[in-house]
Design a binder for this molecule. Structure first.
Ligand code: AP5
Length: 220
């Protein structure tokens, strides 16, 4: 199964994508995580991407397409993958279709998550991440037991630079201008399944399982 997670920033894609990938036994490919790793390792991609990410803008298509093409060519993707955060433009969607057509394994399904803006802003502004292991928390919805350290490894928790109010606003505008068109793009191709993302993590997870059951995800 080649599963694409689509939706606005902070709607909960990453939270659900990790679980689906684990259940399916396929890699969770988060374009944002890959970029943040590249930034911390100061690779050419990271150095190029940082300015865009910090300001809430999209990293150029050519950079993203090369990054994802390299990743899905690795052997661990032979049985499928969960793509989280890519594609984000029509050019990226077309590039993905070509890459997968060449492998004879097209996109199986696109899960589109939506929620109202107030929910999204609350989720983004309360998100915290562990500097050591990357585990995700939310100050209200998934609070760490000790307040400021990671439950799993004791690492320090931090707030992403782009989760500050001004950048959240910019990211939401960029989503509307550059990414929202993909909803219709995938609907036209009969691949889109809409998931109401405003409910609890467990309830959204249940909807995801129902949607994937319909396309035979559990048979992989
Ligand atoms: P990226 O990291 O992909 O950010 P994003 O799409 O903005 O998504 P987020 O990671 O912010 O949110 P999410 O939907 O995964 O929510 P999460 O599950 O964490 O991209 C960052 C930047 O990289 C971009 O701005 C861009 O610059 C660049 N980039 C990346 N991909 C690119 C591409 N393809 N092209 C160009 N540029 C690209 O949840 C959020 C919070 O809510 C968490 O705290 C979580 O605990 C909580 N939560 C989740 N679900 C629930 C729930 N149901 N109820 C209550 N709380 C919940």
């Amino acid at each position: 199964m080649q599963i694409v997670f689509l939706g606005p920033p902070g709607v909960g894609k990453g939270t659900q994508a990790k679980g689906v990938a684990a259940e399916q036994g396929v890699p969770h490919i988060s374009s944002g995580d890959m970029l943040r790793e590249a930034v911390s390792e100061r690779t050419p991609t990271g150095l190029k991407g940082k300015t865009y990410m910090d300001s809430g803008k999209l990293v150029p298509d050519d950079v993203m397409i090369d990054l994802i093409a390299d990743r899905i060519a690795r052997p661990d993707c032979a049985r499928g993958f969960v793509l989280d955060g890519f594609p984000r433009t029509l050019a990226q969607a077309e590039a993905l279709a070509s890459m997968l057509q060449a492998k004879g394994r097209p996109v199986s399904v696109v899960l589109y998550f939506d929620a109202d803006e107030a929910t999204i802003v609350e989720r983004l502004s309360g998100r915290r991440l562990c500097r050591s292991c990357g585990a995700g928390y939310h100050v209200k919805f998934m609070p760490p037991k000790n307040g400021t350290t990671c439950d799993k490894c004791g690492g320090e928790l931090y707030q992403r630079a782009d989760d500050k109010a001004a950048t959240i606003k910019e990211r939401l505008q960029v989503y509307q201008k550059q990414t929202a068109a993909l909803i219709q793009y995938y609907r036209d191709r009969g691949l889109l399944k809409q998931i109401p993302g405003g409910a609890s993590v467990e309830q959204v997870g249940q909807k995801v399982r129902e949607a994937l059951g319909g396309v035979g995800a559990r048979k992989v």
